[in-house]
Write a protein that binds this ligand. Sequence first.
Ligand code: NA7
Length: 551
Amino acid sequence: MATSVQKRASAVEAVDCDVVVVGAGFGGLYALHKLRESGWSVRGLEAAPDVGGTWYWNRYPGARCDVPSLFYSYSWSPELRREWRWTNRYAGQEEILSYARFAADRLDLRKLIDFDTRVASATFDEKSERWIVETDRSGHLTARFLIMATGGLSVPNTPDIPGVADFQGAIYHTARWPQEPVSFEGKKVGIIGTGSSGIQAIPMIAQAAKQLVVFQRTPNFSVPARNRPLTDEDHKSFDDGLDAYLASLEQSDFGRVPPTAFTAEVPPRDVQWKHYEKLWNEGGSGGFLKAFPNILVHPDVNEVAADFVRQKIRETVKDPKTAAALSPSGYPFGVKRLCVDTDYFDTYNRPNVELVNLRDEPIEKITAHAVDTKSRHFELDALVFATGFDAVTGALLAVDIRGRNGATLKDAWSEGPKTYLGLTVKDFPNLFTITGPGSPSVIGNVITNCEYHVDWIDACLAHMRRHDLGTIEPDAEAQAAWGVHVTEVADRTLFPKANSWYLGVNIPGKPRVFMPYIGEGYRTTCKEIVADNYRGFTFGVSADRERAAAE
Ligand code: NA7
């Protein structure tokens, strides 16, 4: 836990500022830029030695974004857009990290950020109405506003498998991949986990290693990326459509599940099949997830998509037993995050790749040189954990956050996260979460989601400055009603029917609560609440004004 973070000798310069932003990924960088532009004094704190957030850490072989690169970029800056040219339809980690570095340099943000600085605690001092932020360096910062831009996929999950500490070979986690090159040449490698990270890494490691053993607990739905270099024509067509795209973002309501999703209409199987065939050939997940309005709601529609992918697996994987083990069943299509791959299923046709179905033979223990399942012994030189994240709330709860009357975020969220709009939390005044639980957060294009939250916070702070307000905090009723709404929307869909990290079930002891907001209408709701004089929020009069009045 962050509270046990060791203090390091070098001190963070004691700073008092208007806003502390924790995290220098795409959300944090934009927050620093935007709020500085609005005249606030800002300070960024980042645990890594560089910008990039999750794209700094996730440098495993094959790491790539599953949102098309032309869209996975800041939309707010025409200048940045003009000066940056993506090379591929789907950008790899290295290129995305370069883009984050480019943005930070171009916007001159680095001087605002303390790198190699992990936040341990943040305590709201009611008297001064300031957040006191402690880091793993000596000294502390104080700020009126605290923005947690810590990301939804930043705390790696390493399962506590018996004997893991005894393993003598090299051990890696996809989300903490080393900076220096890793060579698997001539090695027997094991990988645990077949989510997005595993599905991207497996084909790459298979090409390099002497032998690759894949330990799979749950088979996943995956569709081909059909990644390719972008052409001049692609760029031109994107530029031509840019104004319309930006306007559509303004109108966009983000939701994965539109109101039209709640229809009982089931398109004929052959119509669906033909459409999926087209999408499969085009590549990417976006088309599949909105192939039919009710695909993520109606079990019969969903089942055809699931059948389609299973059929593709059978057609691709030569060994029928392996194909069957790779075929997802028992949960709907697209409600665990749909994976996007390059040659994933085909990789199992390689003679040096073996799939171990943990449903038949669970891992019993890890020893000095092997992984032992119930029935077999696999000697390995290296072991890769592709076992995901303590998603959405992990990074927020890793900081000891204390609000009014010593309330801790950990206690407040002991039964699952509670927020208003995924942006604010009752009893934690002037705390904002970028892509927090209860917002679209990890659904869709996370850069766009981050931008919207930063813009919302910027407007809110401007409102507070205009009206000389000291604090903002959601009301208990508004927060509770929002939580009920988030759950109700999810419950009307097939999302809760899969044991996904959206529900936190991958982390032992984490409450089973659907964390992202998947309804359409998020942006409209946020706008309406602001227009209705920040309905559901209470603002406190500035302590400075009260003091001045008393004098
Ligand atoms: P995910 O999607 O959470 O995948 C983690 C994988 O690790 C998944 O296959 C898990 O199986 C598996 N896992 C986790 N714990 C264990 C244990 N104890 N034993 C065996 N297998 C285990 O994480 P990713 O990093 O791949 O992707 C996360 C997101 O990052 C992704 O959706 C993109 O948005 C980017 P399970 O399914 O839990 O049975």
